[in-house]
Design a protein around this ligand. Structure first.
Ligand SMILES: [Zn+2]
Length: 517
């Protein structure tokens, strides 16, 4: 993500308390009873339990849910741009990971019905965003679940603490936000630990475009009532927050890269004079991904592209999987390839390798920001060392910036400047410590080891130590987990004011739009 104006409330305040709705759950929490078996060895029988209302994320404990693992979401929607009314049926294919008396989905819109393997289930709500589903029949561990949720609502008017992650625009809407996005358009297990594939289809009035992740398995289909149904499919494991919708008036540009990758770009027709700068940036996506592939390892997904959102849409950019979405502000002063480099670096760092907990967000933002420094080096617009020195000098030692720990910024500051800039600085320190050979071996080794999965800071440190043969504990502690400006040996420490590298203005402009303290 870049340019998040995060004065956002922490949406975690209310922790969900499960509402127990069936007699069966009365046993929840009772100790297991040991029963002797025929051969005398006791086995423990435990009554089916409710799935936990969260996955225990340190910062967002009630995001995601326990007790099941999702393989696929089939999200079938109907949307009215004039009223913002969304109706939908989402079919979730999942596997139970324990015996379940009930389980939760993260969702906010009004639910009409839920069926589990064809049987109508009981539902209730709890906490801020918890839909509690009580199946008619007990679910056993390992059981395949087909969960069908029918629902409706007006997402832009469905507020949590005055906030909605759904952006209504003059001609449609954007479902683009991190980490809270899915709650407003499909029920889910909303945490990067549970990735799944997606089929997303949306019926809109004919003449309105719908863009989403991956590829179009078929052309848009005419429906009765002068409507058109758009379909998108991604076959790569996708975190729920990286699924997206862009609905409105768009010009869609398709192509194929020299390497055979399908490219689908979309430009809001509202961009007007900003459109050439948007095109001059986003149309370079293929070139940028090829360059990044040479550093980070093979591009992990089946398609690429970008969406230039409308002038009344989002004020940031997000690394939505296979196709980042960019707010219009990035193009105000001409083309900016740095934001394209940043969001596409996230396809490796954030999308394919996602955080195991939101605390590890610097593994996304520090790395995507460092990719901009590498691009600057490649473009001859200033080396990573020059950018490090200038960044270091631009935050005085007494600046509050140095009080935020990139490795543990706190839930309210996951998109703080320090996560981006000090995160990139930390990675540069790793590069200086291990040397270029080891550093450029560590990056693709990391994306290979955790491809389509999750990672933690400790795992990254262990990998860097393994490849370099060095103990990096002090470096990681100093740069990620200690308040205050670390001492450095380089020119930054003594130079009163290093000259700004050529790339600085573009990088700064992108980051200003993004992270704010
Ligand atoms: Zn980012």
């Amino acid at each position: 993500m870049e340019g998040v104006h995060l004065v956002r409330r922490v949406l975690t305040a209310a922790t969900a308390a499960l509402t127990l709705t069936t007699a069966g759950t009365m046993l929840a929490g009772a100790p297991g009873q040991a029963a002797p078996t025929a051969w005398g060895r006791p086995t423990v029988t435990v009554a089916p339990q409710p799935g936990t209302p969260g996955l225990g994320d340190t910062y967002f404990p009630d995001y995601g849910n326990g007790g099941y693992d999702v393989e696929h979401y089939d999200v079938r929607l109907r949307y009215e741009p004039t009223s913002d009314r969304l109706t939908g049926t989402t079919t979730i294919l999942a596997t139970a990971t324990q015996d379940l008396s009930s389980f939760n989905l993260d969702f906010l819109l009004d639910v009409e019905s839920v069926r589990v393997n064809g049987w109508e289930a009981g539902t209730s709500t709890a906490g801020v965003h918890e839909l509690v589903v009580t199946p008619a029949r007990t679910v056993t561990r390992g059981q395949q679940l087909t969960i069908v949720v029918r629902y409706a609502g007006i997402p832009s008017q469905t507020l949590v603490g005055g906030y909605t992650g759904w952006t209504r625009t003059a001609d449609g809407a954007l479902a683009v936000n991190e980490p809270e996005s899915a709650w407003w358009w499909f029920p889910s297990n909303d945490h990067p630990l549970d990735k799944a594939t997606f089929d997303i289809s949306v019926s809109v009035p004919t003449g309105v475009e719908v863009i989403s992740n991956g590829l179009q398995p078929r052309p848009p289909l005419a429906e009765a009532g002068n409507r058109t149904r758009w379909g998108w499919r991604t076959t790569s494991p996708t975190a729920t927050t990286l699924a997206f919708l862009a609905i409105g008036q768009y010009d869609i540009v398709t192509d194929t890269t020299p390497g055979g990758q399908p490219v689908i770009n979309a430009y809001s027709t509202s961009l007007g004079a900003l459109r050439p700068a948007a095109r001059a940036s986003i149309e370079r996506t293929g070139e940028i991904i090829d360059w990044e592939s040479g550093i980070f390892g093979p591009y992990p997904f089946e398609a690429q592209g970008g969406v230039a959102g409308p002038v009344d849409g989002i004020g940031f950019a997000l690394e939505t999987q296979t196709r980042p979405v960019y707010g219009p502000s990035f193009w105000r002063r001409g083309a900016n390839t740095y934001v394209v480099v940043h969001e596409n670096a996230h396809q490796w760092f954030g999308d394919s390798v996602s955080v195991a907990e939101w605390q590890h967000i610097w593994l996304n933002e520090g790395f995507a920001s460092y990719a901009e420094w590498l691009w600057s080096e490649e473009q001859g617009e200033g080396t990573a060392q020059e950018l490090f020195d200038f960044t270091y000098a631009s935050y005085p030692a007494d600046d509050e910036f140095w009080q935020v720990l990139p490795g543990d910024p706190g839930a309210a500051r996951v998109f703080d400047n320090a996560v981006y800039d000090r995160g990139a600085m930390a990675l540069h320190q790793v590069r200086l410590a291990v040397g270029d050979d080891a550093f450029f071996e560590i990056l693709p080794a990391w994306t290979a080891a955790h491809r389509y999965g999750n990672g933690t800071t400790a795992q990254f440190q262990a990998l860097a130590e393994d490849i370099s043969g060095l103990d990096l504990d002090e470096l990681f502690t100093t740069w990620l987990f200690t308040a205050g400006r670390p001492d450095v040996a380089s020119a930054a420490r003594t130079a009163a004011a290093p000259a700004a590298p050529k790339s600085w203005a573009k990088i700064r402009e992108a980051h200003e739009l993004l992270s704010h303290r």
